[in-house]
Design a protein around this ligand. Structure first.
Ligand code: NAP
Length: 275
């Protein structure tokens, strides 16, 4: 049976960079909403001799994720899931961001839990906004609803976000959604461990990807606080993702790994001036 690696958001940026590495010993399934983007990524990988297929899917739709999982299970043993799909503040309003990032992660992790098993790994992707958004804003007490009633979770979280100034709602939604991804990853570790699945999150700082370029005006503000004063290259985080998803770190689960050129470590909170 083939070892399969599913990469959401695999048509561009970090996901595509991870596919180049994971493709050396996995059959790659690239998922995203835009078929044309996925097709050009598939061509790029096949030109390198990587076995890959595209599957158009929207992670915020449970039905769409179920179809993706069914397709992936039919291709072989799903050994790795790298969940890069995400929306930043320039890509949608607060609701769309919360649905793409928080609900998308719950959908992906819950559905793939059913078809993955011993020796496999789920890797979620957060953001340093999870750490840089002032922590007193994070409605952590609401996160638990995602485990039992996802509609209630979304309703309560959106009610909370609407209390913020309108101009900041998308930014706040992004920070909360990515803080939730870290919380959820840790929360799921024990359940996943019962099936021999490891689950981790990786937290990127600023990277040279289509999303990173869209956010570059705001992101450039952070650079001066980082230990490494430049944007990260997608292949630098892709190497970390591929290592985490491989069988080598077999004891690593329920953890968040920050890859941000030392920005969070600086202790600086660049958002405090605008909130
Ligand atoms: N670049 C940075 O500086 C940075 C910093 C912190 C965190 N991150 C996180 O890193 C991850 C990867 O982002 P990237 O930088 O590689 O940006 P990117 O190239 O824009 O990748 C994001 C991908 O997600 C897909 N996507 C968005 N919404 C989706 C949905 N609902 N269902 C399925 N696919 C969806 C997009 O494809 P479609 O639009 O075709 O669906 C796109 O391929 C994201 O989770 C992002 O939040 C990035």
């Amino acid at each position: 049976m083939k070892n399969v690696c599913v990469i959401t958001g695999g048509g561009s940026g970090m996901g595509l960079a991870a596919a180049h590495i994971m493709g050396k010993d996995h059959f790659i399934i690239l998922a995203g909403r835009t078929a044309s983007r996925l097709e050009s990524a598939v061509k790029e990988l096949r030109d390198e001799g990587i076995e890959t297929e595209a599957f158009a899917a929207d992670v915020s739709s449970r039905q769409s994720v179920e179809k993706l999982a069914e397709y992936a299970a039919g291709c072989g043993r799903v050994r790795a899931l790298i969940h890069c799909a995400g929306l930043s503040p320039h890509m949608g309003d607060a609701r769309l961001i919360m649905q793409g990032n928080a609900l998308g992660t719950v959908n992906i992790d819950e559905v793939f839990y059913e078809i993955m098993g011993e020796g496999s790994c789920i890797l979620n992707v957060s953001s340093m906004s999870a750490y840089l958004t002032p922590q007193f804003i994070m409605p952590k007490r609401l996160y638990k609803h995602a485990l039992t009633d996802i509609e209630k979770f979304l309703k309560k979280i959106m009610g909370f976000i609407r209390l913020m100034p309108r101009s900041q709602q998308a930014n706040v939604a992004y920070g909360i959604s990515k803080n939730f991804v870290i919380w959820y990853t840790k929360k799921m570790a024990e359940k996943m461990g019962g099936k021999g699945i490891r689950i981790l999150s990786v937290t990127p700082g600023n990277f040279e990807t289509p999303m990173g370029r869209l956010e570059s005006k705001e992101a450039s503000e952070y650079i001066k606080y980082c230990a490494i004063k430049r944007f990260g290259r997608p292949e630098e985080i892709a190497e970390l993702m591929a290592f985490c998803a491989s069988e080598k770190p077999g004891f690593l689960t329920g953890a968040d790994i920050i890859c941000d050129g030392g920005c969070v470590a600086s202790g600086v909170n660049p958002l405090k001036n605008i909130l």
